[in-house]
Design a protein around this ligand. Sequence first.
Ligand code: SAH
Ligand code: SF4
Length: 354
Amino acid sequence: MKTITNKINLKNFSLAELQDYMLEIGESAFRGKQIFNWMYNNFASTFDEMNNIPIKLREKLNEIATINSLELVSKQSSNSTKTEKYLFATREGHKIESVIIPEHERRTLCISTQVGCPLDCKFCATGLMGFTRNLTVGEIIDQYLLTSKFIEPATITNIVYMGMGEPLLNFDATLKSLNILLNDLGNKIGRNRITVSTSGIPQKIIELADSGLRVKLALSLHSCFDDVRNKIMPINIKYNLEENIEALKYYAKKTKTKIMFEYIMLKDINDRKEDLRALVKLCSTIPSKVNLIPFNSISHMVSGGLSAELEPTPREKINEFAEQIMKKNIFVMLRNTQGDDIAAACGQLAVKQK
Ligand code: SAH
Ligand code: SF4
């Protein structure tokens, strides 16, 4: 374990808070704006490089503050796709991952919100890790800033909150990071290029709708039947489908966006005729799209239980399922298995903590 200093971390601050902090330490609010610009537009990682800040203030900041939330430990690239997986360490040494998925003109950053995840979905590698703690705002933001710095002069065009953890269980930090990325950063990345994915926490879906941020929302649906969902996603026992669908209807109406239903295709579990019928019916009741996801096996990581038994639906059957959905005039996407060879595909993000 590393020693952790008590320095105040400026990456946990919104722009307004940074300006207030400058006033608090006897400086002008304008310095806050300058420092924000250094961190967010020049990806500065030290106060010393902020050369339009007086040396005296830089020295003072070095004493009392820091702008380092995460440290880049390593980067792996996939041979088959151009996916890149970044391994970061928090200041006390916890490991988390982010992934950049390039596709045509887009570079999508997939960020983590927790070290591990408490929700124990049976198909998910992160779930198998258990839960250590929530990430701070600075740690969420630093995944964007450090990868941006790394890929310069290219830029990140889209962000998905689909890495390790459940964003809506780290709601305040998630919301604040969204506010910084959308409002403080001034439309560098638009709200329709940011997606938050959740396993379904109804009260928080409503709060996110009321936040006015209007980002895209994805629900990890995976089955339209409570009994199946209870088995593969234990959180469904607490918050069932009906409650979640109500919350999603509210979200779609309030934000005027379509809900994305993520649906991992699991052989004989959610790829039957009745599953197709139920999915089509659900989509007709709410403005939505479907994202069919080939299951990335995690059987090598477990020795028993349901997780060891789950198998992917064969590709042909996935295609057929997609066609049937399309025939009903529902927008459906088939996700590629991006970065499978470096375990950077969805649900494969898990790192040993020691
Ligand atoms: N906790 C949030 C966000 C992180 S998971 C959520 O569950 O939505 C991001 C996406 O990866 C989710 O759609 C999740 O269901 C999917 N996923 C998890 N395990 C997977 C696996 N083994 N194969 C394919 N997708 C997986
Ligand atoms: Fe957590 Fe999402 Fe994985 Fe479920 S799928 S264990 S909610 S990260």
